[in-house]
Design a protein around this ligand. Structure first.
Ligand SMILES: [Fe+2]
Ligand SMILES: [Fe+2]
Length: 166
């Protein structure tokens, strides 16, 4: 079974490719064709991390894990907010680009922090068995929520999240 850390890195690579594709897309239809699946994937990915990765990290990570988790939930909120804002605009308009660029900037910053912080911490502290077990749960999560079904993509209070999962 795949390691959850590798599955997360696969998603991150897909996000970088997706944002780059937006640079090549022209007109509302092409922009929508790239952004709709990319933004949905970003939203599902954050939910999956909040359901599967971060609860483990808060309990079993390094002493810095609570702070890493607090930062990550805050970043996820900013990305979610920018995606929600983009949906209030027609693709290609100034308001839409402003929201999409906000999502892109927040996401680029977040991926670097997550890969060097939370994921590095996770690799140091999780056994191979656990990484495979959480990898299976990750794939199951995506299978259970096709197209984001039954997910609401609500912002979460970072401190409350950390307290709940301690
Ligand atoms: Fe991530
Ligand atoms: Fe994340």
């Amino acid at each position: 079974m795949d390691d959850i850390a590798a599955l997360i890195m696969d998603d991150h690579a897909a996000f970088r490719r997706g944002f780059a594709r937006l640079d090549d897309a022209r007109g509302e239809t092409e922009l929508r064709a790239v952004w709709d699946p990319l933004s949905l994937h970003l939203d599902i990915h954050a939910e999956a991390e909040e359901s599967i990765l971060y609860p483990y990290l808060v309990r079993h990570g390094d002493p810095s894990a609570e702070e890493e988790t607090d930062d990550a939930i805050g970043d996820h909120n900013k990305i979610r907010d920018a995606i929600a804002e983009s949906r209030r605009h027609v693709p290609g308009t100034d308001g839409w680009w402003a929201a999409v660029w906000s999502a892109r900037r927040e996401n680029s910053e977040h991926l670097a922090e997550e890969e060097d912080g939370a994921l590095a911490d996770f690799r140091r502290n999780a056994s191979r068995e656990l990484r495979a077990e959480l990898g299976a749960r990750w794939l199951t999560f995506y299978g259970e929520h096709p197209g984001g079904r039954d997910l609401t993509f609500q912002d979460k209070d970072p401190r409350a999240y950390v307290r709940e999962h301690r």
